[in-house]
Design a protein around this ligand. Sequence first.
Ligand code: ADP
Length: 441
Amino acid sequence: MFEKILIANRGEIALRVIRAAREMGIKSVAVHSTADADAMHVRMADESVCIGPAPSSESYLSKAAIISACEITGAQAVHPGYGFLSENASFAQALEDHGITFIGPSAEHIRIMGDKITAKVTAKDLGIPVVPGSDGGVPDFETAIGVAASIGFPVIIKATAGGGGRGMKVAQNAEELEIAFRTARSEAKNAFGNDEVYIEKYLQKPRHIEIQVFGDGKGNAVHLGERDCSLQRRHQKVFEEAPGPAITPKMRAEIGKVCADAVAKINYIGAGTVEFLYEDGKFYFIEMNTRLQVEHPVTEYIFGVDLVREQIRVAAGLPMSFRQDELEINGHAIEVRINAEKIPGFTPSPGRVRMFHAPGGFGVRMDSALYSGYSMIGKLIVHGRDRPEALARLKRALGELIIDGVESSVPLFHMLLAEPDIQAGDYNIHWLEKWLARQFG
Ligand code: ADP
């Protein structure tokens, strides 16, 4: 096992990894920019290294600075958290070249899944059902029209290099497609430096269901069920739960096995998430994330496993600490993302938090790390024996939470919890935006 690992991240996820390392008896190294010298992750880690000035391009995204920090401190491995360099294949490769372990999948797997077209082709080859659409990049409008004619309108145009819900355009007919195709390409060029786009059938009322997978890199893999992340605003998740209210044990076992078998086949190592749209009993792959997800705690709660601990174990060459038949769902968990923003406008609410009181008690976990200039205040996760208990606990915990000095999205969740559709688990990826339009116009 490693003696010391470095965490190439900040905020709540850095704390999350430091905590797992400490429980495993592993020393942790925090890295930080000059602006974060007093941040919580720096205080909580055993050691810290300043790796550059405030702009993340010169600090948290600086591969050279992070590798130097490993060499100075003797850290044997790097946990990337999520965001920043977590899905950067050349970073994983650079670490390997320096004899440092990347706590995550191989550079090759990151590269394959980072390009959405290659990811889709790979998924299809591995037996995973995908959304109908173009077989690859769509070079011109004539091709786009041809694809749309064969799959039918509406269609969605997506950037090959896209991410974070950006670079997507929906078209209802040929006329709209012409404009959408052009704007999607120029937006993709600006945002990602790559104007390649592809086309998919636009599903009308799907749920966003994602399967958590985990591999040991030696041909063994398991799945840890699904998370329903359908409550989204501008393609960004705001509320996640596990198990998914619409997923039966039989469906879970089937799609879970397809995903676990697929990643086992490629000797995938560590945590991964296979994202699907789910409609009328069918799953359609959209992408795979080769890292720990923001919403991983809901899975941890219902399976009683520490996914970060497991990531560190397999990165060190140890076997996974559970087999598929040992993984059983216990109860229900919900996560809400609490942002510093004004409701209803969702405009950022900058300022200094004067008072913060995190909720506690049975079945309540608050993963937070307050930051100036950082929109997520924290994630509140609750666990109950069943869904109604989890909902009641969420309401209770939100009531205990005190954030003074900035506005937050807490009022939004109080309103959502009062909605019959939310109580019934009856929603899809469009529900939240339609509801917001009805509530606030
Ligand atoms: P990103 O990598 O930018 O997050 P995804 O491909 O994961 O993009 O899609 C993000 C969200 O966009 C999905 O959760 C869903 O809400 C919506 N979306 C993506 N593809 C489709 C589609 N074919 N039909 C309908 N909605 C879609």
